[in-house]
Design a protein around this ligand. Structure first.
Ligand code: PEP
Ligand code: MG
Length: 546
């Protein structure tokens, strides 16, 4: 048995088999073979298998995430049928006597170079697709499983997915029905890998370093997302002690069931709203299953990732409307696009920045791209006619920004009215308090908005000048630092003085050791990962006089 120690960032015990994602991307060896006819057969066989896989993935994804998200598999299928691409591979086998694997790899390199050098943005985006197709073919040629098609293991074992780290767009693509835990070499508590794992309620351990070796691929493993311990080839004693820990966790969860359907009211009668954070409509069910009293943060940027162009007004409208309708009158706070920093979409063509967290992100980018911003606002206002939507703006630092936002929202409203499109004029507008500047001038900001939601993930990094993505300074990201607490307290006081409500939607909201303190500061709403709703409600109900 081998034991690794990392940082547990999403609690729970998982039993499964380790699979590396990006690091296991197959590579072909340069091989020249005389028996080219056999290589042609191998290639054709692999191509047919890949086509069948893509058909199945397209159907499954359409069912789970809708046609828009499934389109990529259709594009890959069409590329695999493309005569130019196929002829190029076949020629390399027939004329240059390359092995099937090497022919696929070199042809794909050639095509992806060709695509990336094209003027047209859409065609440039195809370069990544060609690489994806080549990985699929190579995996099949090398007899390896493809992550998406991996079946659950024996006796219910599932996949423990490992990598250096996962980008937000990679997490958006993960097929969670097979994945029971995440492991990373890097990462930090507030990175999106950690947030994603907590949202999905799956255990995660980060910061395992080089010991998380690709040679561990395929090993049987147990992950303890609370202690940060990972056991490879666990012995029977470890297995049984973790099984009993898993049992205890189940009992605790069972105990929390008593809070399902209850109001979140402190012992002295104060009502608090416990809402859920989601990354897209695929998390809606999780929020509802966990009895959230609303959506306190819908991170809309996930709609913009993993694609070649921004989502249209109509596509966004359908998504926001679906969320509003699913919540049946409970509030859904949708945050406008927060892209930049760690969340990148190629079509924005953002230049590489020295300090991306301090650079062109979130509301700054929206002001720079009014076309994209207005499209999103139109979709949001149109959806407001179908439920209880509120709009929230990220990364605010000044009063001028809020005034500019108000001006744009009024313009959008006028436009919709002129087109006779229904919308709710009184849609509440709120801002994230996630910079020290916003917290310090929260008295002025409170006059201009309907509510605040404190984004502690960013507030901590900006207050303590410690990058939330950078593991080497993660010890400095002390969430209990007095400076952070004072800014939260100040924000609450200023909001209430102006009669506005204030919530916390950063990860700190689910830290139940702080619940009583937050309530004493006057926090009105806590928005947490769906899996944390009941435990936070329990903490609220157990809070005595404030
Ligand atoms: C935050 O900064 O606390 C927050 C909720 O936003 P995100 O984690 O998406 O930056
Ligand atoms: Mg933030």
């Amino acid at each position: 048995m081998v034991k690794l120690q990392g940082e547990g960032v999403s609690a729970g015990i998982a039993f499964g088999t380790i699979r590396f994602s990006r690091n296991s991307q197959p590579q072909a060896e340069k091989k020249i073979l005389q028996n080219w006819q056999q290589e042609i057969d191998l290639y054709e066989n692999a191509r047919q298998k890949a086509l069948a896989e893509l058909l199945r993935l397209h159907a499954e994804t359409t069912k789970k995430l809708g046609e828009e998200n499934a389109q990529v598999f259709e594009i890959h299928r069409m590329m695999l049928e493309d005569p130019d691409f196929n002829d190029c591979i076949l020629e390399k086998i027939e004329k240059e006597h390359f092995s099937a694997e090497y022919a696929v790899e070199t042809a794909a390199e050639q095509f992806s170079l060709l695509f990336s050098s094209m003027e047209d943005e859409y065609m440039q985006g195809r370069a990544g697709d060609v690489r994806d197709i080549s990985y699929r073919l190579l995996r099949i040629l090398q007899g390896k499983d493809v992550i998406e098609s991996m079946p659950a293991g024996n006796d219910g074992e599932k996949i423990i997915l490992a990598d250096d780290d996962f980008t937000p767009s990679e997490t958006a693509r993960l097929d969670t029905s097979h994945i029971c835990a995440l492991l990373t070499r890097e990462g930090s508590r507030n990175s999106h890998t950690a947030i994603f794992a907590r949202t999905m309620g799956i255990p995660a351990v980060i910061g395992l370093g080089e010991e998380l070796d690709p040679l561990l691929e395929g090993k049987s493993c147990i992950v303890d997302g609370e202690s940060g311990q990972v056991f490879m080839d666990p012995d029977s004693q470890t297995r049984s002690s973790l099984l009993s820990k898993q049992e205890k966790e189940k009992e605790q969860k069972q105990h929390l069931e008593a809070y399902r359907g209850r109001e979140s009211i402190t012992k002295d009668g104060r009502k608090i709203h416990i809402c859920a954070n989601i990354g897209g409509i695929r998390d809606l069910d999780l929020a509802l299953e966990n009895d959230a009293e609303g959506i306190g943060l819908f991170r809309s940027e996930f709609l913009y990732l993993e694609r070649q162009a921004p989502p249209s007004e109509e596509e966004q409208f359908q998504v926001y409307r679906k969320a509003a309708e699913a919540l049946k009158g409970k509030q859904v706070i949708i945050r406008t696009l927060d892209i930049g920093a760690d969340k990148q979409a190629e079509y924005f063509h953002l230049p590489k920045e020295e300090n991306p967290a301090l650079g062109m992100r979130a509301i700054r980018l929206c002001f720079q791209r009014p076309d994209i911003f207005r499209t999103q606002l139109r979709a949001l206002y149109r959806a407001s006619a179908f439920g209880n939507i509120a709009i929230m703006f990220p990364m605010i630092i000044s009063l001028e920004e809020v005034r500019q936002i108000r001006k744009i929202t009024l313009d959008v409203q006028k436009e919709l009215a002129a087109q006779n499109l229904p919308f709710r004029k009184e849609t509440p507008l709120g801002i994230m308090i996630e910079t020290p500047a916003a917290a310090i001038i929260s008295d002025c900001l409170a006059e201009e908005v309907d509510f605040f939601s404190i984004g502690t993930n960013d507030l901590i990094q900006y207050t303590l000048a410690a990058d939330r993505q950078n593991r080497t300074v993660s010890a400095l990201c002390d969430p209990y630092h007095e400076a952070v607490m004072r800014l939260i307290r100040l924000t609450c006081q200023n909001a209430h003085r102006k009669g506005k409500w204030v919530g916390i939607c950063g990860e700190l909201a689910s830290d139940t050791s702080l619940t009583a303190e937050f309530l004493a500061m006057g926090v009105d709403e806590l928005s947490v990962s769906p899996a944390a709703v009941l435990s936070v409600r329990a903490a609220v109900c157990e809070t005595g006089s404030l």
